[in-house]
Design a protein around this ligand. Structure first.
Ligand SMILES: Cc1cc2nc3c(=O)[nH]c(=O)nc-3n(C[C@H](O)[C@H](O)[C@H](O)COP(=O)(O)OP(=O)(O)OC[C@H]3O[C@@H](n4cnc5c(N)ncnc54)[C@H](O)[C@@H]3O)c2cc1C
Length: 465
């Protein structure tokens, strides 16, 4: 297992990074990456919570739970618990498990593909590497297929086949933590049709492979006080537009090459691990919103009003329903032929859809309880200025038992996660990350036992003798 310092050092590998219009030569020296790097490095602190972050392996040695293949409900639950405590840099290791989920499917088509997946898993485990999952292509005009686009590179594709590998060109967008991981797992974003064989390609490449350029977009553009921004001041992760400018991929890193009918199946299988983390994140966020709403009500003296209790109860329903979906996904786990346990897709999709489609309403509830001060609250700098402290202590007072500093910190939390830059970012992320609303609906529709439901309707309608 690497130490936090070894992780930092490992990213100084010549990768080509851009941030805010500038080329970043050394990620460890760039202030704009300081918080994300600290978040990623903290995941390598295995002493922080050894019982969760490590486990005793079959050899009797302590091993990294991040790479433990779950073989029981308990191990699956621990895995989800672990991911909840880690930054997105480590959370995207789920992409590896998604590939392991598809191992048998790949082996049927080409045993080399399955061997390559296993080899990647073992390399990442043994070298303690972090991974990003690169699925989303730029996609150009959404009504057109890859070959119908004005530019053939709007979907990533193979431009050359050699004896020892392939050369690919294109881009993948919105890639969480792309600048801070070691390996990229690249997958098709949609099913491919006949003639689109060059677009049906999946593989792994190191983040510093020649021809790769990562254009980063961060959610904040300056260092933030953790008093005024308690969440986004301490937790940041840039998304990357990753450009593949004729990148060579050796044969032993390819998982799919031209088998276009497999592309859609693979894509569907692979979203699962990403969505389970999305769902776990929603459960945590929902609980946070409930707690913040109740504290706001307590601090402001409105806790007994019926409309306030009603709004908080809506938030509780939201939180509990999401938690039920997550627990159901773990409890109703499925098992691959090789014995790996994975979460139930139906529970994940229903939970993800419910969480994403109701999040904006829940934010509306909390905004309604906040009042305007969620936007107009003076900053920490004002509060600490002796010329102003007295005024703020006087005019932000509500009742004994609540200090003005406590009230300010709570409002700053709510502002940060719902009403400021990060709040807007979260609104969009909740909807889009892991696929938009339509994606969850399509998966749920396809997975539903329609024949059983139709048979029931036919019987009740007297259509069958
Ligand atoms: C913060 C964040 C992090 C992310 N991290 C990652 C990551 O790490 N890796 C990764 O691969 N992706 C990542 N994503 C991307 C995410 O998976 C996509 O945003 C999502 O799949 C939607 O794709 P899109 O953004 O291109 O939206 P679009 O596809 O443009 O969708 C926008 C709207 O158009 C509709 N639409 C699109 N195509 C059609 C069509 N043909 N017919 C009818 N309607 C259509 C959609 O249903 C939707 O309503 C991330 C996204 C966010 C916001």
């Amino acid at each position: 297992m690497k130490t936090p310092d070894e992780y930092r050092e490992s990213l100084r590998d010549g990768r080509v990074l851009y941030l805010r219009g500038r080329r970043v030569e050394d990620i460890t020296l760039e202030p704009g990456f300081a918080v994300p790097l600290a978040n990623g490095a903290a995941d390598y602190d295995y002493d922080a919570d050894p019982d969760l972050r490590t486990y005793i392996g079959e050899s009797g040695e302590r091993e990294n739970r991040l790479f433990q293949i779950p073989r029981s409900e308990e191990e699956l639950a621990l895995r989800v618990e672990l991911m909840r405590t880690m930054s997105p840099v480590s959370a995207s290791v789920g992409a590896l498990f998604a590939l392991l989920n598809a191992e048998e499917l790949l082996a049927e088509v080409n045993p080399d593909y399955a061997r390559n997946v296993r080899a990647l898993y073992e390399r990442c485990r043994d070298e303690d590497l972090r991974i990003a999952q690169l699925v989303t292509d730029p996609k150009g005009d959404r009504s057109r297929k890859p070959l119908e686009q004005d530019d053939p590179d709007l979907y990533l594709h193979v431009v050359e086949r050699r004896d020892d590998g392939i050369v690919v060109r294109g881009a993948k967008m919105h890639i969480t933590g792309a600048a801070l991981v070691h390996e990229f797992i690249v997958l098709p974003t949609r099913g491919m049709g006949p003639g689109e064989e060059d677009y049906a390609v999946a593989f792994a490449v190191p983040a510093n492979a020649p021809g790769i350029k990562i254009i980063n977009r961060d959610s904040v553009s300056e260092p933030l006080s953790t008093f005024d921004y308690p969440v986004s001041g301490a937790h940041q992760m840039p998304e990357g537009l990753v450009v593949f400018d004729d990148v060579f991929v050796p044969n032993d890193r390819i998982f799919l090459l031209g088998e276009q009918r497999l592309a859609a199946k693979l894509t569907r299988k692979l979203g699962l691990w990403e969505r389970v983390l999305g769902l776990a994140g929603m459960v945590d966020r929902a609980r946070l919103l409930v707690g913040a709403a109740q504290l706001l009500a307590d601090y402001n003296g409105i806790g007994k009003a019926s409309h306030v209790m009603d709004k908080i109860t809506d938030l509780i329903f939201y939180a509990e329903t999401l938690d039920m979906a997550l627990q159901s996904a773990i409890h109703n786990y499925k098992t691959t032929p090789s014995g790996m346990v994975y979460p139930d897709g139906k529970s994940i999709n229903l939970g993800k859809y419910y969480g994403a489609s109701n999040y904006h309403l829940m934010v509306r509830n909390i905004h309604d309880l906040c009042g305007a001060i969620v936007l107009t609250l003076p900053t920490e700098a004002d509060y600490r200025n002796p010329e102003l402290t007295g005024d703020l202590e006087k005019y932000l007072h509500t009742h004994d038992g609540v200090t003005v500093e406590e009230r300010m910190r709570l409002y700053n939390l709510v502002r940060d996660i719902t009403a400021d830059t990060r709040g807007g970012w979260d609104m969009v992320t909740t909807l889009q990350s892991g696929g938009g609303l339509a994606a969850q609906k399509i998966l749920t529709y396809r997975g539903f036992d329609m024949d059983g439901a139709k048979a029931l309707a036919r019987r009740q309608a007297g259509l069958d003798d």
